[in-house]
Design a binder for this molecule. Structure first.
Ligand SMILES: [Zn+2]
Ligand SMILES: [Zn+2]
Length: 407
């Protein structure tokens, strides 16, 4: 009875203190590859991975191809992609969908498989309100500093690339994004883009990312181990890039800050080091449709995660209170940091700087007060528990909330 009374009082306190009910989030990965480009598993097996692992949506974003037309692939080419030991991609696909699923065809004397289209895979997996597949392209272009990769979700047709290695990254980014915006206007469908892995081959700087204000999203985390997530001795990692770009946008470019997504960029599904399940987003959308997901993301109603999960988050622009609660995870402890840049950060001596830590907390229910002179503030939550499938040394589980306090 004592315990019951205790619980009742606790519930009452929570209610009085205004802790909102559990928020509904849709979990998704917006960056993955299949045999349609350079991944090593069938599109349906990639989707099956996310479906089995309780994701609500996935975008398989192959390089510059949509899984619409007939595509044949030699059995030997499929085997050549295999990573790790164990059953082959074909054996696993037969085990999952049965022997009649695979369409064998011999072309020029070579045995091969006709790959399933997105429409066929959708028919197998999609269910309203339960599971959604977003059609996507990883627009994979070149610049004079390296690759410019932008994911476009829910697009109507392929965005063409030029692969011209003489043009600056900013120019390439802007042209690709303007092509997407034009497509959005002519088709009337929302298309969400995110700039991928800026530090991959050190192609895109924070200043580049700030300058191209057509882009509202970038990958603050990408699970590919080769994307220089943490930067190096002379170049900033993804989080610092985020703060530099946001500060430039809000002080010099009269533009909105960037929102950060976490993605897998998975290529390997049979062992191998570019594997799925490392990074995702949780979107507080009203329903599981492309339109609702994109609307919520554009409003900043989502967070990025590599393992830290939230019950809820909210921001009140009147009181400048950012309130969130973290789901428990065994005996894991959490450190939440409120990070941002103050107005006039470059004019005063002392602690004010780009990406200052305004406050921190070790609680699971956190209320941060965003400083009145902050240009913006965002939250990074870092857990003590290791990431189960790390993409860099000593990686622990994290989550990133979107910038607030800037409107
Ligand atoms: Zn890429
Ligand atoms: Zn990719």
């Amino acid at each position: 009875m004592m315990i019951r009374v205790g619980i009742l009082i606790w519930v009452l306190i929570l209610t009085i203190s205004g802790a909102p009910a559990e928020q509904t989030f849709y979990k998704g990965n917006t960056h993955a590859h299949s045999l349609w480009s350079d991944g090593n598993d069938f599109l349906e097996m990639v989707v099956d991975y996310y479906h089995r692992h309780d994701y609500d949506f996935v975008a398989v974003s192959d390089h510059d191809i949509l899984a619409r037309d007939r595509r044949w692939m030699a059995e030997s080419a499929i085997h050549a992609r295999q990573t790790g030991s164990g059953p082959s991609a074909i054996e696993k696909c037969v085990a999952r969908f049965g022997p009649d699923w695979i369409t064998w065809e011999t072309v020029g004397g070579k045995t091969g498989v006709v790959l399933k289209t997105l429409a066929e895979v959708r028919a197998q997996f999609e269910s309203p309100g339960e599971f959604l597949i977003l059609e996507a392209q990883e627009i994979s272009d070149q610049s004079n500093t390296g690759p410019v990769h932008i994911n476009a979700l829910n697009l109507a047709r392929l965005v063409p690339t030029k692969d011209d290695t003489t043009r600056p990254a900013v120019e390439v980014m802007r042209e690709l994004l303007q092509a997407v915006i034009a497509q959005e206007k002519t088709t009337g469908r929302p298309i969400l883009t995110h700039l991928n892995h800026p530090n991959f081959q050190w192609a895109i700087t924070a200043e580049d990312l700030a300058t191209v204000t057509e882009e509202r999203f970038f990958e603050v985390y990408n699970g590919h181990p080769s994307i220089n997530h943490l930067g190096d001795e002379t170049r900033p990692g993804n989080e610092v890039i985020w703060d530099i770009a946001n500060t430039l946008r809000l002080t010099k470019l009269d533009s909105d800050p960037l929102f950060g997504v976490a993605t897998d960029d998975s290529h390997h599904y049979h062992g191998g080091n570019v594997s799925p399940g490392r990074g995702w987003i949780q979107v507080a959308a009203t329903e599981l449709t492309p339109e609702a997901l994109i609307t919520a993301m554009r409003a900043g109603d989502f967070y990025a995660s590599t393992g830290v999960e939230l019950h809820h988050f909210s921001y009140d622009p009147e009181t400048r209170i950012l309130d969130f609660s973290i789901k428990s995870d065994g005996d894991t402890r959490f450190r939440s940091e409120l990070i941002g840049t103050r107005r006039g950060y470059d004019k005063v001596d002392g602690t004010a700087r780009i990406g200052e830590v305004f406050a921190f907390s070790s609680d699971r229910h956190v209320r941060f007060s965003v400083p009145v002179d902050a240009l913006y503030a965002r939250v990074t939550i870092t857990a003590t528990s290791p990431h189960p499938n790390p993409s860099f040394d000593f990686q622990t589980k994290q989550a990133w909330l979107q910038p607030v306090g800037w409107r």
